[in-house]
Design a protein around this ligand. Structure first.
Ligand SMILES: C=Cc1ccc(O)c(OC)c1
Length: 170
């Protein structure tokens, strides 16, 4: 991936990264208002989401913020510095997601009602806040609105296949 300076070069970006706590995440910046993502390992490893509406801005050359709120009540703010293979993310988990992450480990698009029921049924506070730096270990521009990038659940070996190019989407 070439040097990314402006927002239009960030859109379409596909990233794999590991947070300092060891959690492996995958982000596809589908377009100016939308992300698809997979969570490969960690507290909610196995969860994947398509068409999450987000706010994406360029902070300064090469620095981009993506933030959103989820049907679970989880809030997220990510600062990407792709030219340095670095990001900082803060995840604001409701108490219930920390206590029952299993409820959220699914293809969320098929279970929106369950997420909404759960956020009403269980406790939100105190929130479990996770601020972490992460290291980007794969980045590729897949073009915008590429429905092939995040089209199946995370599975064993998928990360290695994407890094090696065995699994590719363009
Ligand atoms: C809660 C979702 C979430 C949190 C942190 C992330 O880096 C992420 O990227 C796909 C997603």
């Amino acid at each position: 991936m070439d040097i990314i300076k402006d927002l239009d070069e960030f859109l379409g970006g596909h990233f794999l990264y590991t947070y300092d706590n060891g959690w492996n995440y995958e982000m596809y910046v589908k377009n100016e208002t939308t992300i698809d993502y997979r969570i490969h390992t960690g507290m909610v490893g196995g969860r994947w989401v398509r068409d999450q509406k987000v706010d994406i801005v360029k902070i300064v050359d090469g620095v981009f913020k993506i933030c959103w709120t989820e049907p679970t009540g989880t809030d997220v703010s990510l600062d990407f510095i792709p030219n340095e293979n670095k990001l900082h993310g803060v995840i604001f988990f409701p108490k219930w997601v920390h206590e029952r992450p299993d409820i959220t480990v699914c293809f969320q698009n098929d279970h929106i009602d369950l997420m909404k029921e759960s956020r009403e049924k269980y406790e939100t506070y105190p929130k479990y806040v996770v601020p972490e730096f992460g290291k980007i270990f794969f980045k590729k521009n897949e073009g915008q609105n590429n429905e092939k990038v995040i089209a199946e659940a995370p599975r064993e070996g998928m990360i290695d296949e994407m890094v090696s190019g065995e699994l590719s989407f363009s």
